[in-house]
Design a protein around this ligand. Structure first.
Ligand SMILES: [Zn+2]
Length: 424
């Protein structure tokens, strides 16, 4: 695998005065789960940290890996493995159908379409759609599910090709994709190229404000090149002639997400003014907002390890739930290995029998929680806490407890009693 490259200039505006916010040390590629047969081979590791561009407010990775190193043939992320994400997407699709009165003469393109879970309800409603995604496994799954999909890294060139073949798009959707692309200007230029004159763009992404305030440091990994705010994203899209018209807030989605609506119109809702005002008042575009973040991240990791060590010392067994990328960051940054967490369960069969990179904790099917009945389970996918707690009723009835490491539920590791639900 080729090496990491230090990012010297802002990937949005090109400014070179980048300020470091947080360094997490050397980390493996978060989604590069290790097959058992390769257990003896050391993981390639790269520096992981984030920095702020004080000029355009974009928070971004300090060292980048080539996209090909991240989205390989084994890329294991299938969105449909979370019921709550599928429900959220269905609601977005219904909202688009209603707001835009989409019919069979419309054209909807989704960038980063994964396994087609968002476009599927639109396709079923008779709206022509096209998904574009670089990962072959999810693209094949989308096509099988009846969602026309193109396997490609989206950018200006692909946008020109799609427009020439299919015409301009009435709606372009880019959910949880802006963070994943190395060349953000190329992608937004592509969106602008593809969009019909009166078309709209919807973009969803976790909000950097919540990431910092809720200490969601485990959502930082090499695959996430950018961490977005209203300030950063409106500056980026304006550069390509697209203006922020509306913003919606989803406090429970991926640890706190925003959905931005862009078009060529300058009209903006009150929600846009309010969100920008919040970011200005907090100083989200200045280093002040991030002062203390690195210290708090270190403390939260140390508190979690203290808790796990105490549990293990008293003979308790501990497992984890969710072999997601954030598990790699959390466990490796905190120094949690298989002496503290025996195994991690995940609903995605493609991950079973593999090891979380770095910490080398094995991934097993969710049934392992009832087979082994560990005393405690570290809820690594705290972003879908409600869903997991709902599914794991029997484990909790038998006395199993969940530990929530980060997120809005606690600024320190919290053990949940079986009857409690996240206070959201
Ligand atoms: Zn910048």
């Amino acid at each position: 695998m080729s090496g990491a490259r230090r990012v010297e200039a802002c990937r949005s505006c090109g400014d070179r005065r980048l300020t470091e916010i947080l360094s997490l040390g050397w980390m493996p590629v978060a989604n590069a789960l290790v097959p058992f047969e390769d257990a003896d081979r050391p993981d390639p590791v790269f520096p992981l940290g984030i920095q702020l561009c004080p000029r355009c407010a974009l928070v971004q990775i300090i060292h980048e890996l080539p996209a090909e190193a991240i989205f390989g043939d084994d890329y294991p992320y299938f969105s449909s493995y979370s019921d709550s994400f599928v429900r959220h997407a269905a609601s977005h699709a219904q909202d688009l159908l209603r707001r835009r009165a989409l019919r069979d003469d419309a054209f909807v393109v989704e960038v980063g379409s994964n396994d087609g879970y968002l476009l599927r309800p639109l396709a079923e409603a008779g709206v022509p759609v096209l998904g574009i995604d670089p990962a072959p496994g999810p693209v094949q799954a989308a096509v099988t599910a009846g969602v026309p999909s193109l396997q490609a890294f989206f950018g200006h060139e692909v946008a020109c090709r799609v427009r020439a073949e299919c015409g301009p798009a009435d709606v372009v959707i880019a959910n949880n994709v802006m963070a994943h692309v190395p060349d953000v200007n190329n992608v937004v230029a592509g969106i602008a190229e593809l969009l019909a004159p009166d078309g709209v763009v919807t973009v969803e992404n976790p909000w950097i404000k919540d990431l910092v305030e809720r200490l969601e440091f485990d959502t930082i990994y090499h695959e996430h090149y950018c961490y977005l705010s209203c300030l950063a994203v409106s500056t980026l899209f304006e550069r390509h002639g697209l203006y922020l018209n509306d913003v919606e807030y989803f406090p429970d989605l991926h640890g706190g997400s925003l959905r931005w609506w862009f078009s060529r119109s300058l009209a903006a809702t009150d929600a846009v003014a309010r969100a920008l005002d919040i970011e200005h008042r907090l100083g989200v575009g200045t280093p002040d907002f991030y002062a203390g973040f690195a210290d708090e991240v270190e403390q939260i990791g140390a508190a979690l390890v203290d808790l796990l060590c105490a549990l293990r010392a008293s003979g308790r067994r501990v497992a984890g739930y969710g072999g997601a990328a954030k598990a790699t960051t959390l466990m490796n940054a905190a120094g949690i290995d298989n002496s503290l967490v025996e195994f991690v369960v995940d609903r995605n069969a493609a991950k079973w029998g593999r090891l979380i990179p770095g910490c080398r904790v094995p991934v097993r099917p969710p049934e392992a929680l009832l087979e082994e009945q560990p005393d405690y389970t570290l809820l690594l996918v705290w972003n879908i806490a409600r869903e997991v707690l709902g599914q794991q009723g029997e484990y909790q009835r038998r006395g199993g407890r969940f530990i929530v490491p980060v997120g809005e539920m606690s600024r320190r590791a919290t053990v949940l009693e079986p009857s409690t639900r996240p206070a959201q």
